[in-house]
Design a protein around this ligand. Structure first.
Ligand code: APR
Length: 229
């Protein structure tokens, strides 16, 4: 049996990584267009580099929480595919083996003249003057606002073939990721775990678990094992 899980910043909140749109969220302290758009990069690359350097420092000092660990543990009983909007690597550090990063990865950087030239970054620092092997400034390997989402086709294929669909810790405010739920089969059981359930049109077989990620996933794990194992 296959489970596809769409996660957002909320699943990393209990690891001490701020979300974007909650109180004290990242977009309260920063202008998304200044630090997460091609226009912002062109007008002030140092501001953008510093923003992601801070996020890497934060991610390095964070650890996977119970929510991440439960999703990894579910692989003992189910085929689990995680589609995450998060750029941190906490799903992988928790032991999840199939993780699709829709919005890129914090610990990867890429060339600004050849987007297929992608490099692993050790440590947290990327600065002006750090160049790719073609001599261009390296940039964070992150999908900025207004940029295409190359992993979307793969994500849709996974969602179309799932037996269960779970959403954890996302406001479903950002497309195309938020549209994935509409590709899930009508009869397929769907679960949303969030302490503040996002606004949604009527969707068949949708169950709400109005809890924080770790507690909601504990409840769901029990339900899945009781029902399908
Ligand atoms: N457990 C579960 N969910 C939580 C928790 C928690 N402990 N704390 C907060 N949440 C929920 C909030 O209620 C909200 O619905 O997590 C969600 C966070 O929403 P956003 O801050 O909008 O983050 P996300 O949905 O991941 O943002 C999507 O927007 O800024 C861009 O590219 C960025 O990937 C990001 C995308």
């Amino acid at each position: 049996m296959k489970i596809v899980v769409l996660t957002g910043a909320g699943i990393s909140a209990e690891s001490g990584i701020p979300t974007f749109r909650d109180n004290n969220g990242l977009w309260e302290g920063y202008s998304a267009m200044e630090v997460a758009s091609p226009e912002g990069w062109n007008s002030n690359p140092k501001l953008v580099l510093d923003f992601y350097n801070e996020r890497r420092k934060n991610a390095l000092s964070a650890s996977p929480n119970l929510g991440h660990k439960i999703l990894a543990d579910l692989e003992k009983h189910f085929e689990v595919c995680i589609i995450t909007q998060n750029i941190d690597n906490l799903h992988e550090r928790a032991g999840s083996s199939t993780v699709i990063h829709l919005h890129g990865e914090l610990f990867k950087v890429r060339s600004t003249v050849d987007e297929t030239s992608i490099y692993d970054l050790t440590g947290w620092e990327l600065n002006l003057g750090d160049l790719c092997d073609k001599g261009s400034q390296l940039r964070p390997h992150v999908v900025w606002f207004g940029e295409p989402v190359p992993m979307m086709d793969l994500a849709i294929r996974e969602v179309l073939t799932t037996d269960i669909f779970v959403v954890v810790g996302t406001s479903l405010a950002v497309y195309p990721a938020a549209g994935l739920i509409h590709y899930v089969g009508q009869a397929t059981p769907k679960f949303i775990i969030d302490p503040k359930i996002p606004e949604l049109p009527k969707i068949p077989n949708l169950h709400f678990i109005e809890k924080i990620g770790s507690e909601g996933l504990l409840e769901l794990q029990q339900h899945l094992l009781d029902t399908f194992k």
